[in-house]
Design a protein around this ligand. Sequence first.
Ligand SMILES: Nc1ncnc2c1ncn2[C@@H]1O[C@H](COP(=O)(O)OP(=O)(O)O)[C@@H](O)[C@H]1O
Ligand SMILES: [Mg+2]
Length: 1078
Amino acid sequence: MAKMEVKTSLLDDMIGVGDMVLLEPLDEDSFINNLKKRFDHNEVYTYIGSVVISINPYRSLPIYTPEKVEEYRNRNFYELSPHIFALSDEAYRSLRDQDKDQCILITGESGAGKTEASKLVMSYVAAVCGKGAEVNQVKEQLLQSNPVLEAFGNAKTMRNDNSSRFGKYMDIEFDFKGDPLGGVISNYLLEKSRVVKQPRGERNFHIFYQILSGASEEFLCKLKLERDFSRYNYLGLDSARVNGVDDAANFRTVRNAMQIVGFMDHETQSVFEVVAAVLKLGNIEFKPESRANGLDESKIKDKNELKEICELTGIDQSVLERAFSFRTVEAKQEKVSTTLNVAQAQTKVRKKVMGVLDIYGFEIFEDNSFEQFIINYCNEKLQQIFIELTLKEEQEEYIREGIEWTHIEYFNNAIICDLIENNQTGILAMLDEECLRPGTVTDDTFLEKLNQVCATHQHFESRMSKCSRFLNDTSLPHSCFRIQHYAGKVMYQVEGFVDKNNDLLYRDLSQAMWKANHSLIKALFPEGNPAKINLKRPPTAGSQFKASVATLMKNLQTKNPNYIRCIKPNDKKAAHIFNEALVCHQIRYLGLLENVRVRRAGYAFRQPYEPCLERYKMLCKQTWPHWRGPARAGVEVLFNELRIPEEEFSFGRSKIFIRNPRTLFKLEDLRKQRLEDLATLIGKIYRGWKCRTHFLLMKKCQVVIASWYRRYSQQKKYQKIKSSTITVQSYIRGWKARKQLRELKHLKRCNEAATVIAAYWHGTQARRELKRLKEEARRKHAVAVIWAYWLGLKVRREYRKFFRANAGRKIYEFTLQRIMQKYFLEMKNKMPSLSPIDKNWPARPYLFLESTHKELKRIFHLWRCKKYRDQFTDQQKLIYEEKLEASELFKDKKALYPASVGQPFQGAYLEISENPKYKKLKDAVDEKIIIAEVVNKINRANGKAASRIFLLTKNNVLLADQKSGTIKSEVPLGDVTKVSMSSQNDGFFAVHLKEGSEAASKGDFLLSSDHLIEMATKLYRTTLSQTKQKLNIEISDEFLVQFKQDKVCVKFIQGSQKNGNIPTCKRKNNRLLEVAVP
Ligand SMILES: Nc1ncnc2c1ncn2[C@@H]1O[C@H](COP(=O)(O)OP(=O)(O)O)[C@@H](O)[C@H]1O
Ligand SMILES: [Mg+2]
């Protein structure tokens, strides 16, 4: 929607008048009413020509958004409703495109919105000028200079919570493309006295509160500060906190801004050190002391604070103390100083410059003093420059446009400036003269002098003036003088003028400061350098200020001025309140009416021909709707036609000039009227057109519908006829077809009947033939059967006499006999060898001989075994008996057995009788020795083996020492109860002895022999033959052996191969003996 209502002129949608130049009638009341009307409608900006009047809304309005910036960007000044952005855009564009340096002069009283306005201008310019990282950094630095300046130069006052206590002029520099390069800031009139003392309800400069609220404990400690405001005499306590102001957060903003602006860390640090030192200075108290020589001296009460200051600033304590004590500084008097750095702003390289001046406006208080005097002087100068520049511009435009310049009366304030700044007779010159004069100088002598010199000046009033013009004016006290400024009369108290003008800092103080071991403080007091001692008096505050104003004016004169006049609508800092008296006062001292008058000096309104013709062309037949010729001729025709009196306008080269706003408003009224007529006309034509097009459309539609309908109905009719025809056709076809079918069916039935009859006939014929043939065949068969029976009967009768009843049996037996015979004969030839181990046997020829064949094999085997046995001698027989016995005892039970089969049982392995070593043994044993062999006896305690001679005789078992042949033990066979051994491939065996027998006292024997099978067999056989009892042979891998009193378990396990093939025996514990068999 916003896009729809495109404005092409300021004159559209106007509330009151947007440009005061167009105000009619022009007087104070209508001026204020217009402002109020606009203010009530949230229009806080109004123009006077190109000057912007801004009324502080005291609330945030939605008119500073990025969208608004875009709206005002690159638009003509008068195109949209008045706005600070329009002015900024105009200034920036003529700077960028026409290479004209600009200055923006913002004036108004405290709290009127000057600083805000200057920030708005800067932010607008920042938003529309170039882009890029470098440019953005510059922009950021420019914008961030504000928080820093405000922290050190702004304070809460009764009128404004964030009042700038200094005048500020900032030159923003741009390169040829219009990208910002940087800025130079100059300060004027910093209210230094505020540091020492603030009026009730006001605060010191923000930075003091910010540092105490926002700095970290650590930082405060470094600065030797305490957080408590009440510790410091300089901090007014009654309004230490301000609503809506977060000092701590602002402190962070300021530090951050300082960093962005380019302060190095150590620089920031030393700035804060100075701030801390200033705070602490306030706490130093003096006590007066009279000395003997009659001179007064001041003494410092508490030196601790002084010591800390000296530590912070690096000044020698004694130096500072001396400086304080030898001369008392009247620190509690208000002082104004000027700091000027305009020279800095003049740089060598040609840059485009936009200056922004934010300075106090006119000040008229109850008590006006030196400060007000010089501020008002400054404003007077600004007004001058405004008049000069406006008139100059006006004049230039007239010349450019070729319009005759007619002089118009307006008030030129040059005369007031002269009253103040004239080098011989000006008030400032008088003041300087008075200050430098030897002898007693007081404010009164100064006033007297003024009375002498300025008495005749028409803008100077005083009661004591020689010419007693004002003697009767009781409103003017004796110690005052009054100046009639362009903005109104102001009465100044003369008291303090001389002192403030002098504004001296005593040399011993500045020298003490210069000696500080602190670069910043040293730099702040260059005059303290003893090398540069200057016996000349420093220039007075007044002359300094005059000079700086002059420089500023010179600077401004080279630039194209743009004015923003700020007005404060009420004293309560409240929105929506418009105090007419207050505004009236401001309008007067800002000289706004005067502004309008100057602006209207010649012609009130001017506009290029093209937009003018475009706007008003509908007022004349020749120019409406299109004018083909040049725009100027069009406007001429138009104005002639409208019969506008000739003195009311002039034709410039490119612009039409209108003398009176009345004429413009007449034009506007006519236009409005005409627009209404035109709107009606357009409406009329539009409605006619709309109806006609609607009718035509309907007509066209009707034709289309009718044609479609006709087509449709014909189609329907045709389809009906077609379908009826088809129906009739189909009936006829059906009837014909049925008739034909009937005929065909009849024909078919006739044919079928003929076939059936024929078939029956053939059938009858065939059956008759079949019957005949069957009869014939039966007869032939009967003949054959009868013939066969007859033949059989004949043969049987003939051969009956040749057959016997049992002939079959005889043949059977004979055949069997023959077969048996053949079998045996063949067997005889196929007999296997006589070896009992030969497994061969011929195959069986007939199945019925199965059992015979097996029996025959068995018999043959038994026979050849007998044959084999019969060859044995008695000796051999005995050996085989033994071997048989061994086989019965051990086969499939002991793994050692198969290996023993092939070994002959020798019995006496040791030749006892032959060997002389064993003679004694031989003698001891007189019976026949059955076994003599070396065995290993296993030691019962540790499982170790010891060699023994094992002897078996008919009645005894003997163990003897192998070396000596001494008998170790002798056991009667009757005492041997059992022999135990493992099932494995080892030669261990235990000989169990009968309990209680003599031999058993030492326990059973555990022995090991290479001929275990033979020994066990022989032991078994000998025992059987001697005692008629079978010896118990136990084969088990685990058996118990009686060792003296204990029963020990002998356990055979599968051992590793690591000891070779020899089984090893180990005593595990007293219950277990383990034999590992490989
Ligand atoms: N355009 C504005 N919109 C909203 N508030 C404003 C505007 N101008 C000024 N103000 C309010 O008025 C206060 C005083 O403005 P400031 O610019 O500091 O005054 P000055 O510099 O003239 O003393 C600001 O703190 C702000 O609250
Ligand atoms: Mg300000």
